[in-house]
Design a protein around this ligand. Structure first.
Ligand code: GDP
Length: 291
């Protein structure tokens, strides 16, 4: 069923998408990896971290759409703090998301060092990315600085993205806070959003997408010889370029058949074409974009 009021949240074209979905075919098709077909244990993990009340649980719930939440203790870390884990769905991306209360418990008692912080550090080591949440309305608080310092020390191998939450009613004042935060800690990427209303989730998607795609491709390459399950992950290859540069010709040459209409007229390929074939046992989706 199609709903004309429902627009793609993740591309600039604002195309109409099915009511039960949230992305248009372009966004779905042009991904490098089909995340929805990847085994959940192979998905990258992202940790939500920050002082209490910045909106970690709210963002967690939005990312998992209030489904699949799994609360468990981590016996190997010998602590009783709960970590919530779920499978996040953001556009065509899928990833494991962890909502950790470990660090904040210590932070609220005045120290970010101790057993629960240690546990958070252990969890952090399994993560690809940490989303460091700050309340944009409050600006930077001393406890944010503590968490930031702690992250700098413990998350050396992990990409940190500063998320300025509760940004739904802020104007340009917000941007400078966000940049200042990112600059102060040297974390670079920062995103303004509202976990409560969903504003800015597209920005989060844009920042996460290349990181997670690259991670999945590295996973595939790094484990090709040892893990057959991974090496058979479907791969998506998009042919992108100006009209008439030869995308369709190249696509046809690789496929060794006339799958796409080619000709000298600019923009002859009017619709995106998606072709599935097998190469050395792996499913490859090749997508020719419209001229
Ligand atoms: P946590 O302690 O970091 O997990 O924070 P919570 O998710 O429990 O949120 C703390 C409070 O902030 C709750 O009252 C939420 O409703 C509120 N909150 C979370 N996200 C937003 C947001 O984007 N905008 C506003 N205005 N409030 C938010």
């Amino acid at each position: 069923m199609w709903d004309s009021t429902h627009l793609c949240k993740f591309c600039d074209k604002k195309q109409t998408v099915p009511a039960q979905d949230d992305v248009c075919d372009d966004t779905r098709d042009f991904g490098v990896v089909e995340f929805s077909k990847v085994d959940t244990h192979l998905l990258p993990t992202i940790l939500l971290i920050g002082r209490p009340n910045v909106g970690k649980s709210t963002l967690f719930n939005r990312l998992i759409r209030r489904r699949e939440a799994l609360v468990y203790n981590t016996p190997s870390d010998h602590v009783t703090r709960d970590i919530r884990e779920g499978i996040a769905k953001l556009g065509y991306l899928r990833f494991k998301v962890l909502d950790s209360a470990g660090l904040e418990a210590e932070a609220s008692s005045g120290s970010v060092l101790g057993r629960t912080a240690e546990m958070t550090a252990n969890v952090l080591r399994k993560c690809k990315v940490a989303l460091f949440l700050i309340d944009a309305r409050d600006g930077l608080q001393p406890m944010d600085l503590d968490v930031g310092k702690w992250l700098r020390k413990h998350a050396l191998e992990i990409k940190i993205i500063t998320v300025m939450n509760k940004a739904e009613s802020l104007d340009d004042r917000f941007g400078s806070v966000s940049e200042a935060a990112a600059r102060t800690w040297g974390f670079g990427d920062h995103v303004a959003l509202s976990a409560e209303t969903g504003l800015g989730m597209n920005d989060l998607y844009q920042v996460l997408r290349p990181l997670l795609e690259q991670h999945m491709l590295q996973t595939v390459q790094g484990t090709d010889e040892t893990n057959e399950e991974v090496s058979t992950l479907p791969l998506q290859l998009a042919f992108v370029g100006q009209p008439n540069v030869g995308k369709s010709t190249l696509l046809n040459a690789i496929l060794q058949k006339e799958r796409v209409l080619v000709g000298p007229e600019t923009g002859l390929t009017r619709d995106s074409v998606r072709v599935e074939f097998k190469f050395e046992g792996r499913t490859i989706y090749m997508v020719g974009t419209a001229g």
